[in-house]
Design a protein around this ligand. Structure first.
Ligand code: SAM
Length: 268
């Protein structure tokens, strides 16, 4: 599993696309003022703090990365939020929350059925869950195109041939709805969106480092050994490729395919 701890302190500065998607997910979940809410895979807690500002009820954030939980406690330790280090597939909650919020993390869950079973247990009857994550194998065409350079480059092609994606990416909103329905949820809404922005190649690389790099530059995502200098070499090739994508205005187009899903615990 990718460990987000090493990027915990830099995450928020780099994570503009996750945080703006998270604002739209807050609207979808529509937390009422007294509700108890769990932020599943909360990272350093910026969006957990947004939830804290919306409800007077209990707010908890959990994440598998010790560094993310430490950073969340450092930034929001006095905000009245419980931060818990745990894997999303082994949630320690039973019948405790009205709502679960899960932003930009579901793609990392190796065992989504176990995660969803734990979410159903954690929710009270008729509780609901809102989830947003990047979607489709081609989740961000600019990143895919930049990473494809690793396949051709003499310095990286042999190692990149052994890359194994750790991500869960489904191709349609219906695929995601089926996953949640099979787990026992009633799906109220499942929609796919493409969110577009333009930014400098340097900003695009920062965004890459807030998530995609944890897979493409992670030796654990390669079958067999990767040389120690592979992550740095691969990062340099990807940064060059993003530079080459810049248009006459010096900017790169970043399109992200995203799934937004709202589901209820089926209490019947
Ligand atoms: C891209 S960050 C998103 C953080 C936050 N939700 C946000 O929107 O800014 C993904 C987070 O998922 C966490 N994560 C990945 N796999 C996990 C798992 N199996 N259980 C719990 N957390 C996990 C990572 O540690 C990381 O903090």
């Amino acid at each position: 599993m990718a460990d987000f701890s090493p990027i915990a302190t830099d995450y928020q500065r780099r994570a503009s696309v996750q945080l703006s998607a998270g604002e739209a997910l807050l609207e979808m979940l529509a937390v009422a003022p007294g509700e108890d809410v769990l932020d599943l895979a909360c990272g350093p807690g910026a969006l957990t703090a947004r939830l804290r500002g919306i409800t007077r009820g209990r707010v908890a954030g959990c994440d598998a990365a010790a560094g993310m939980i430490a950073e969340a406690r450092r930034q929001h330790g006095d905000a009245g939020i419980e931060f818990v280090e745990c894997d999303a597939a082994a949630l320690p909650f039973m019948d405790e929350f009205d709502a679960i919020y899960c932003n930009s993390s579901f793609q990392w869950f190796a065992d989504p059925a176990a995660v969803l079973a734990g979410c159903l247990k954690a929710l009270r009857p008729s509780g609901r869950m809102a989830m947003q994550s990047p979607a489709k194998a081609e989740f961000c065409p600019a990143f895919i195109q930049a990473v494809e350079g690793l396949r051709e480059h003499a310095e990286t092609r042999d190692v990149f041939a052994r890359y194994k994606s750790p991500w869960l990416f489904l191709e349609t909103a219906g695929n995601y709805a089926r996953l949640f329905a099979d787990a026992g949820f009633e799906v109220a809404e499942s929609r796919m969106e493409t969110v577009s922005s333009r930014c400098s190649p340097e900003q695009a690389m920062e965004i890459f480092r807030s998530g995609a790099a944890l897979a493409y530059l992670n030796p654990q995502c390669y079958v067999g050994e990767a040389p120690p200098d592979y992550p740095a070499r691969a990062a340099a090739i990807i940064a060059d490729a993003l530079q080459a994508q810049a248009g006459p205005d010096g900017l790169v187009s970043l399109d992200f395919h995203r799934i937004y899903l709202l589901a209820r615990k089926n209490s019947g």
